[in-house]
Design a binder for this molecule. Structure first.
Ligand SMILES: Nc1ncnc2c1ncn2[C@@H]1O[C@H](COP(=O)(O)OP(=O)(O)OP(=O)(O)O)[C@@H](O)[C@H]1O
Ligand SMILES: [Mg+2]
Length: 589
């Protein structure tokens, strides 16, 4: 059962099999020294003190040195066992975390709409730890503890043979099953509780994560109390669930001790009745005491396995998630891309909500296409289908006549430069953030791209220039600065297809105007999809697609659409009015 469930994951131990084996070996030495060594010593040393003809000189020294020797074996074996097991364990944990993280890198965007960040974090950090415990500690316990038990019981058998006190031994051994039975019953209860507690830990993570990424909103809307209450509620719930687990978990050892105590006094009663010698009683007690810890630990093993099973379920949920945007079996090679993109009768839905309904469109190479329409009409969705962030449900999207599902994702995406609606920067320098699109770019290339994106001047104005650290998610820069760095990134990539989702929304009219010019330069000889609310941006497009409620209801040039399409006309007029009233640049063509 244990092997069947966890078996495949033991391959993670392969690179550290030497350490793992060494650890187990030292565990066995320590087990033998504890289980049989110590009772033996008691049996032979007690008569030294009590008997009349005591050994003297060298003989005495040799006899006595068996004490430190046995303890050295026990201690050193125990230490090396723990050390090597920890070594193997940390290695396994590292690999498990990397494996889950790798999987997460390749999961489609849709996965992240369904699963929140806090929960995923607790899977990567917490659940991998539980699995590590199962793989390393459980195996260690399953080898070391039975070995201690066997050597202690072996000693007891040796005693029974040499002293023929069979009854005493049988009674003593009867304590063991008496302890194991209640442990099993409790284990089943713990499983349920621990599953809930893990889930709640994810929930708590999520509340915390959401709060920390919305510090501004919390203050702006006076949400502090609401947030504190939300966090307190989540913490309380975790407390209650965890407490239940603790209750059952911690009930185990007292229960075992209690049963053992009863069995012991009964055994002693039998011993007194039978006139058993003190050294035999003492060594039997030692052997029994040596059995106590293995039994306790073995009882705990089944609980650990159950907890790890719950964690493994949560990990496998991530590991076994199907890629809804799968890689083609034999991807077609992508050679010189001209940049013709076709949407053929494309339908797409997020879960059940249809976002694009039977959309057909043809984008000629080197054309600049503007996507306009009311909020929620499906513009971003349309653009996201081109780099295959999602796959269509019906119909197809083709690049140069090839269905993009037949290309490798890496090839396809290498042909597309994207500036998304919310540009995110990594916590690194400005230069490295621009370089993301071309890792081997020289500083001169980076600067050139920044110049084209009108970012060079503000970057140079920083004390550290291109080496300025942007902070987490780029928090040390303004929205407009972030956007320009994202645009510089797209310039540097120099790809034949460019997708711009409101690239200038966070810019003032002046910078927008400048970027506008730069974008026009960038667009030459490339296929461009640009989503914009500002009509100053749109007018320069070769063609405009008007989106409404998941459909392209019209397409044409600005002049054509202004005359023929009421939605376009009204969107445009509204913009022109706002532009005039805010006294920004005129929007007439
Ligand atoms: N991750 C998602 N999960 C579920 N529904 C989504 C998701 N993203 C978008 N939608 C829905 O799909 C529809 C189209 O959204 P989309 O983002 O394409 O609109 P848009 O035209 O880009 O709007 P805007 O101008 O506001 O950016 C909307 O009804 C939206 O609610
Ligand atoms: Mg959008």
């Amino acid at each position: 059962m244990f092997l069947k469930r966890f078996g495949p994951y033991f391959s993670y131990l392969k690179p550290v099999r030497k350490q793992f084996a060494l650890g187990l070996g030292f565990g066995l030495i320590s087990a033998a020294a504890s289980g049989a060594g110590l009772p033996f010593i008691i049996k032979f040393l007690v008569p030294l003190v009590t008997s009349d003809d005591k050994p003297q000189g060298m003989a005495l020294i040799l006899l006595l040195s068996s004490i430190p020797l046995a303890f050295t074996l026990r201690a050193l074996g125990g230490f090396l066992n723990a050390y090597y097991m920890a070594y193997a364990g940390m290695h396994v944990l590292e690999r498990l975390r990397i494996m889950v993280f790798e999987k997460i890198q390749h999961l489609p965007l849709a996965f992240f709409h369904k699963n929140n960040v806090g929960d995923l974090m607790s899977r990567v950090m917490g659940d991998t730890g539980q699995l590590q415990t199962a793989l390393v500690k459980v195996v260690n316990s399953l080898v070391k503890e039975p070995a201690t038990l066997v050597s202690a019981i072996g000693f007891l058998i040796y005693l029974t043979i040499s002293e023929s006190e069979v009854a005493f031994m049988l009674i003593a051994l009867a304590t063991i099953p008496a302890c194991v039975l209640p442990i099993r019953a409790i284990g089943t209860r713990i499983l349920k509780k621990s599953r809930q507690a893990q889930q709640q830990a994810g929930e708590l993570n999520n509340v915390l994560n959401e709060n920390l990424s919305a510090v501004r909103e919390v203050r702006a809307y006076n949400l502090e109390t609401r947030e504190i209450n939300r966090f307190t509620a989540a913490v309380r719930k975790l407390f209650q669930l965890a407490l239940k687990t603790v209750k059952y978990d911690k009930m185990l050892s007292p229960l075992i001790e209690l049963t053992t105590a009863f069995a012991l006094s009964f055994s002693l009663y039998v011993a007194v009745q039978r006139n058993i010698s003190p050294e035999v009683i003492a060594s039997i007690l030692t052997a029994l005491y040596m059995c106590y810890e293995p039994i306790k630990k073995l009882g705990g093993v089944s609980n650990t396995i159950r907890k790890a099973q719950a964690s493994l379920d949560r990990l496998e949920y991530v590991l076994h998630t199907d890629d809804t945007v799968p890689e083609a079996d034999n991807p077609k090679p992508l050679t010189a891309v001209t940049g013709e993109i076709c949407f053929n009768n494309v339908t797409f839905a997020y879960d059940n909500e249809v976002a694009l309904n039977k959309v057909s469109a043809k984008i000629e190479p080197n054309q600049a296409i503007a996507l306009v329409g009311p909020s929620g009409a499906g513009k971003t969705t349309f653009a996201n289908l081109v780099p295959r962030f999602y796959d269509v449900i019906q119909g197809s999207v083709t690049l140069d006549g090839v269905d993009i599902r037949e290309l490798s994702k890496a090839d396809l995406r290498s042909q597309i430069a994207l500036v998304s609606q919310e540009s995110l920067l990594f916590s690194d320098t400005i230069a490295n953030n621009i370089r993301l699109s071309k890792v081997d770019a020289t500083l001169d290339e980076v600067k050139e791209a920044a110049r084209m994106a009108h970012a060079h001047d503000f970057i140079e104005a920083f004390e550290d220039g291109y080496e300025t650290l942007v902070g987490e998610r780029g928090s040390r820069l303004s929205g407009g600065q972030r956007q320009r760095i994202a645009i510089a990134r797209a310039f540097l990539k120099n790809a034949p297809i460019i997708i711009l989702d409101e690239p200038t929304s966070a810019l003032d009219a002046e910078s927008e105007h400048q970027i506008q010019a730069a974008l026009e330069g960038l667009s030459k000889g490339r296929t461009v999809l640009i989503i914009a609310h500002r009509f100053s941006t749109i007018q320069h497009a070769d063609r405009i697609f008007v989106f409404d409620d998941g459909e392209i209801i019209a397409n044409g040039t600005h002049t054509e659409l202004y005359q023929s399409n009421p939605l376009y006309t009204s969107l445009y007029d509204k913009q022109a009015k706002t532009a005039l009233s805010t006294n920004s640049e005129p929007t007439e063509s």
